[in-house]
Design a protein. Structure first.
Length: 182
């Protein structure tokens, strides 16, 4: 089984699309033997364009599928909820699901892994540090907790209260596991 970490975001009908995206991923990947774990949900300003704030989180799933197969599932879920593959990189999103890590694989194709934005965007790094803080980044060797503690940027984000439908094999990080950034 491979450990896959996925970044999930939305700034259009945010609550609806985050709920739907997590449910769709849950239906593909979660079971009694392979639970799905998620970070808290964060609200952050749009990065790279002027737009409505985003809701973001990170999900961890276990799978026997290949990188290409997981990526295809993510793109199909995005399209199901109105995300156009032709949309510019920095633009509003109904639902965006990006593969951040696939075990400790380093690759450029079929997707870049680990994803560059991990170390540049607080809305990816903070949830990763909460969810898998002791996991080392495949390229730097530092843990995600160490990266978050060293992170310095003006990007603002805030954890928010977000209730997911009761899914028996979904585990969400709790506020007691809060990791702060100095």
């Amino acid at each position: 089984m491979s450990r896959v970490l996925l970044g999930i975001g939305s700034n259009k009908q945010r609550h609806q699309h985050i709920q739907a995206g997590v449910l769709a991923l849950y239906q593909h990947f979660a079971s009694a033997t392979t639970p799905m774990r998620i970070s808290r949900v964060f609200e952050s300003a749009a990065v790279g364009f002027v737009g409505q704030p985003f809701f973001n989180l990170v999900a961890e799933v276990q799978t026997q599928l290949s990188v290409a197969e997981v990526n295809q599932i993510c793109k199909e879920i995005e399209q199901q909820f109105g995300h156009s593959a032709a949309a510019p990189k920095y633009s509003p999103r109904t639902l965006d699901i990006d593969m951040l890590l696939f075990d400790d694989l380093i690759s450029r194709e079929p997707v870049q892994l680990p994803r560059d934005e991990i170390l540049h965007n607080a809305f990816v790094l903070w949830p990763l540090a909460e969810l898998v803080g002791s996991l080392p980044h495949p390229c730097t060797g530092l843990t995600f907790t160490q990266h978050w503690q060293q992170y310095s940027s003006s990007q603002q984000l805030q954890p928010i209260s977000f209730d997911f439908e009761q899914l028996p094999h979904l585990y969400q990080v709790t506020p007691s596991t809060l990791i702060t950034n100095n």
